[in-house]
Design a protein around this ligand. Structure first.
Ligand SMILES: [Zn+2]
Length: 408
């Protein structure tokens, strides 16, 4: 069993015509479930002047306007506590968490038993691609309680037959040291940690001379950022992951319809071009129809050499981090590709700018930043000014790095 190439070979290698038929069958089911089960969706259909029979195929989806996080938040405010966008209420749910509230108040996420099992299945595809196998021991440090991350991760590992050890984020030096002492002698196969957590454990191991073997930090830098896709716990957490570095995330298209839209016009962009990620979840008790994640992605539709048949998505950044310069829109990842993976930098956004302004902490070898402006100009297609700063000058974020600042 451990030697098979995919977690779910049948689903992950489904021929594309069959995949489309499956998507459309599941789309009709999701539309019916949303319309019949949730007043929120019924109102949106009525406002668009359409009924459930008007959305039968993928091409019909565009008749329904995309929904955003702010719409879900408004529904929860108007009809507390859970809003009216869910197909199944608390009585039919077995888990509750809150979604990360990086912009505005967090919303609630609930799972039915069937939806939870589906999330575990999609998580297992991703963990399998990353080399995790049944019978292994895996340490995770996801946040728990209302965050839901630890429960989701450990649940998915258990679903796969993996033994998870959930140690929580290393919030203090003492915590990290205590974890390392407790785990001494346990046969850990993988440490699956966010880069910042791994750095803390490595520092702790050095301090106390721990014999625990920790991996080298990886998963930092633009390639790692672009290789994972999520549509959030409220939609499809494990939307996709890559079969190899830089190949883009294989999208779980049997359980999600992914559209890439021009944020200005709402029209679909051609394959390979940037646009905002809009996801319709399929096969769920709590469907989400055309959820606009306000993320910038591109999706390639050439077949991948690995044999999976899905399209592959690349995560490029947040819509709110787009920096207009002349006739281009630049994202932090465009600059990051020309810097070290752990570089500290910001893009400065100014109204009506015709030059891109970048500030970079100069921590690398002296030869590092030579010609940086020229390389950035070739990549971004606009004139670039680079300002080098002493290490430690830029503000450090506690959670997600701030890569764009606004100046007059
Ligand atoms: Zn592949």
């Amino acid at each position: 069993m451990e030697d098979r190439r995919w977690w779910d070979e049948q689903a992950q290698t489904l021929p594309r015509p069959d995949l489309r038929l499956l998507q459309e069958e599941r789309l009709r089911e999701a539309v019916r479930r949303a319309f019949e089960g949730a007043p929120f969706w019924r109102r949106r259909f009525e406002a668009a002047g359409i009924g459930t029979d008007d959305i039968k195929a993928l091409d019909d989806l565009s008749r329904l306007p995309p929904v955003r996080k702010s719409d879900l938040r408004a529904s929860e405010t108007e009809q507390p506590p859970l809003g009216d966008y869910r197909g199944v209420g608390l009585a039919g749910s077995i888990r509750l968490a809150t979604s990360s509230g990086t912009t505005g108040r967090a919303t609630f996420v609930t799972w039915t038993a069937a939806d939870l099992r589906l999330d575990y299945e999609l998580a297992a595809r991703a963990h399998w691609r990353a080399g995790l196998r049944p019978g292994q021991v895996v340490v995770t440090a996801h946040p728990g309680y209302l965050n839901g991350g630890a429960a989701m991760t450990t649940g998915a590992y258990e679903h796969m037959g993996i033994l998870p050890i959930s140690v929580g984020p290393p919030e203090s030096a003492e915590h990290a040291e205590r974890v390392l002492r407790r785990l001494e002698g346990l046969p850990v196969d993988h440490w699956r940690l966010f880069p910042a957590a791994l750095v803390r454990f490595r520092e702790a191991a050095e301090r106390i001379g721990s014999p625990v073997r920790l991996p080298e930090p990886e998963g930092v830098g633009p390639a790692a950022q672009s290789d994972k896709l999520s549509a959030g716990q409220e939609c499809v957490s494990y939307l996709g992951s890559a079969c190899g570095p830089g190949r883009g995330a294989h999208i779980a298209e049997d359980y999600a319809i992914v559209e890439v839209l021009d944020p200005a016009t709402g029209e679909a962009v051609p394959a390979g071009q940037r646009g905002s990620l809009v996801v319709t979840s399929l096969g769920r008790d709590n469907p989400m129809l055309r959820y606009d994640l306000e993320d910038v992605v591109r999706v390639e539709d050439e077949p991948c050499g690995c044999g999976e048949t899905s399209r592959r998505g690349f995560y490029e950044g947040r819509v709110k981090d787009l920096v207009p310069v002349a006739d281009q829109e630049i994202l932090p990842i465009d600059v990051w590709w020309e810097l070290a993976p752990d570089a500290e930098f910001v893009l400065v956004r100014r109204p009506g700018a015709d030059r891109l302004s970048v500030r970079v902490e100069h921590t690398g070898p002296v030869s590092g930043p030579d010609g940086l402006a020229g390389r950035l100009e070739r990549r971004c297609g606009v004139p670039v000014d680079v300002e080098f700063l002493a290490p430690g000058t830029l503000a450090r974020a506690g959670y997600k790095a701030v890569r764009v600042i606004d100046e007059p």
